[in-house]
Design a protein around this ligand. Sequence first.
Ligand SMILES: [Mn+2]
Length: 240
Amino acid sequence: MPHTLFISDLHLAPDTPAASEALLKFLEQTAPPSDAVYVLGDLFEYWIGDDGLEHPFARRIAAAFRKLSDGGVPLYFMHGNRDFLIGERFARESGMKILEDPTMVNLYSRPTLLMHGDTLCSDDLEYQKFRAMVRNRAWQQAFLAKPLVERARMAQDARGQSEQAKQVKDLAIMDVAPATVAAVLRSHAYPRLIHGHTHRPARHEHVVDGRLCERWVLADWYGQGSYLLCDAAGCRAVPI
Ligand SMILES: [Mn+2]
């Protein structure tokens, strides 16, 4: 049956090769017969600019996507909170089209809203403040103008700080805020919702204004990765 695949939160990095190998296998063996593949953010553990493509690791990943795209499978990428600096060069070299967050798609006649998911975690005020800063165009231009080594150091620092902050944050704060989910579903006319980010793979049901909406949360690839397969009959998570 015609189907579309969704992945997110792979957090690929040169020093953790297992997820990269799993992705390369997924792109070569699992993805080719699908109608499209969507990557809903945090493909990389960090991305400090498209000049990261000078690194063989990043080039290998981009080339693997490109092969699939050249084979006729449309590929889409939405920024996550780790790889929001992925730009046009990466998109071109990987054959992916960059999508706005959120994006509505018609998936086998089912209206479906795609998000990374970080904007749903609206109770985490400290993170939302950080997000507003780094998604600002002027901040991004200033950051990208810095030498690569300095950007790498800043990214390292930010990752350390984020890990520390997570230790003391309430788990509920780092999950989606139900009221925000309801507001997003309402403003998009009660679609199905697919997102990643929280690393809490599940299928949820929300009743908003008497309308039942399905919400799928994608899994991370830190341990066993998985993808979401959607066809005309519905969606299901499949371990890789
Ligand atoms: Mn994320």
